[in-house]
Design a protein around this ligand. Sequence first.
Ligand code: S3P
Length: 172
Amino acid sequence: MNHIILIGFMGSGKTSVGKQLAKVMQLPFVDMDELIVQKSGMEITEIFERYGESHFRELETECLKELSKDRERKVLSVGGGLPVQSRNQPYLENMGTVILLEASVQTLLRRLKYDSSRPMLKGGDLQQKIETLQEQRKAEYEKVSDVRVVTDDKGFSQIVDEIRKIVECVKN
Ligand code: S3P
């Protein structure tokens, strides 16, 4: 399949970049977290609070499996924890080009400072949480991605342009 799949840490810009990229490439855009919210009728924070992280991870995998059957080309953005689960990796690899959006801890900190929608970052020192989680996830992100795009100091349009060119190259 030839979907364009955006992965990366929370705050790396997957949703914003994905929306713009889809527009430019005239493809449908699907944000996996949004799909989970629609299907479950609950916000992500509520799913975590009521049923815990492992239940959320099950929902993610279910959603991914379902999407993996959809053959219409799309731009997909998936939650920051999805690529880390080994059971999800074969799906991502078969679904298309996986683009890793990278951002430094300082950039992520700036983007996530006032955010309260991410249960994985709740409580404690934000910088330390980002550093620890990013360190734990880095190798899996790199393993599953075909291309890495550094997003620090770049506007969304520039990132979108970069990805569009990469995807064209992969296709040709
Ligand atoms: C998570 C990232 C979130 C969302 C959930 C868990 C994670 O998505 O799936 O809060 O474990 O990194 P974004 O990466 O879109 O913020």
